[in-house]
Design a protein around this ligand. Structure first.
Ligand SMILES: NC(=O)c1ccc[n+]([C@@H]2O[C@H](COP(=O)([O-])OP(=O)(O)OC[C@H]3O[C@@H](n4cnc5c(N)ncnc54)[C@H](O)[C@@H]3O)[C@@H](O)[C@H]2O)c1
Length: 302
């Protein structure tokens, strides 16, 4: 018996196993359905605003894959109908409500239709938003419109859903933006609205804690959605600009995926976050909060 060569063989085997596992794991973004139970949100009735595309679309898919009944509202009827067809093909109970959330009637209608079809509301996800680049040189009325378009529906949706959320002891998740924390330049309206959304997250968490309603915010920074692509291509040197942004993202020097935002929303929406309220979760690979000197110091220290 040759224990030395046996041990060597075993350790080489373990090394190769780890090595190949690492190769497989490094570029992969973990999908929540691989980790969470598919019944994590079984039969929970969830409303998602701006759910037809982008981050909202990823959230709708993730919720449906985890057993939720999803009601989503979006002004983009074409994309919404397409996603609705996709969910029907997977036999997922859902409802798509086309409409513009800047109108109070739309917000009211979404709540009424949800209650008419499903009789309850467990989770509200305020996500719709648009960086409309209304900066300091824009007119005061354009600023007012930008704030109203990006902010008012967050309030109106919760206002009309409140009675139902109190009954269900539900939860609210607000999608904000890193712009509220860092500024971006030339986007006063959007920055003001997103800052207010963070303030309201804390305010509502306090007001609703006695009803066992949790309220949290997710803060994306750099996620390559269609809206982001439109923004980045507005720069003449957009490929270089995108590369410069990625280099400043400490974790992996890459953009956050829509799925990664949706995974965090799933966690916050679920009982796994049962004692988490009034929190801001930055899902951005460390972009906003980690050392600014990172790009020049990013050598491994092992
Ligand atoms: N993509 C990013 O990098 C990023 C960064 C920070 C914050 N965010 C925030 O994430 C959220 C989603 O952004 P996204 O990048 O997925 O955008 P997106 O444009 O790709 O998707 C937004 C969806 O919301 C819908 N929508 C917008 N305003 C609406 C309204 N008034 N009424 C009805 N539907 C409306 C749009 O039609 C669209 O389908 C927004 O609140 C945005 O501010 C995104």
């Amino acid at each position: 018996m040759n224990t030395h060569s046996d041990a060597l063989r075993t350790s080489s085997y373990i090394f190769f196993l780890c090595f190949f596992n690492c190769l497989l794991l490094i570029p992969q973004v973990i999908h929540a359905q691989d980790l969470f139970s598919p019944s994590l949100l079984q039969d929970k009735v969830v409303i998602v605003t701006g759910g037809a595309a982008g981050i909202g679309g990823a959230i709708v898919r993730a919720l449906a894959q985890h057993g939720a009944i999803v009601v989503f509202v979006d002004k983009d009827k074409k994309q919404g109908t397409q996603l609705s067809r996709e969910l029907s093909n997977m036999s997922k109970t859902h409802l798509f409500v086309p409409g513009d959330l800047s109108k109070e009637e739309t917000c009211k209608q979404v709540i009424e239709e949800t209650l008419k079809y499903f009789d309850r509301i467990d989770i509200l996800i305020n996500n719709a938003g648009f960086n409309d680049k209304i900066g300091l040189t824009a007119s005061p009325s354009a600023f007012k419109k930008s704030v109203e378009t990006n902010l008012m529906h967050y309030f109106m949706m919760l206002h009309y859903a409140l009675t139902s959320l109190k009954k269900s002891k539900g939860t609210v998740i607000n999608i904000a933006s890193k712009v509220a924390l860092t500024g971006q330049g030339s986007t006063s309206g959007y920055a003001a609205a997103k800052g207010a959304i963070l303030a309201l997250t804390r305010e509502w968490a306090v007001e609703l804690a006695p009803y066992d309603i949790r309220v949290n915010a997710v803060i994306p920074a750099e996620v390559l959605t269609e809206a982001y692509k439109t923004w980045i291509t507005s720069f003449s040197n957009h490929e270089q600009k995108l590369q410069q942004i990625k280099e400043k993202i400490p974790l992996g020097q890459r953009m956050t995926t829509m799925q990664e935002i949706a995974n965090t929303v799933l966690f916050l929406a679920s009982p796994l976050a049962s004692h988490t309220t009034g929190q801001f979760l930055s899902v951005d690979g460390g972009y906003v909060h980690l050392d600014r000197a990172f790009t020049i110091l990013n050598e491994k220290n092992d």
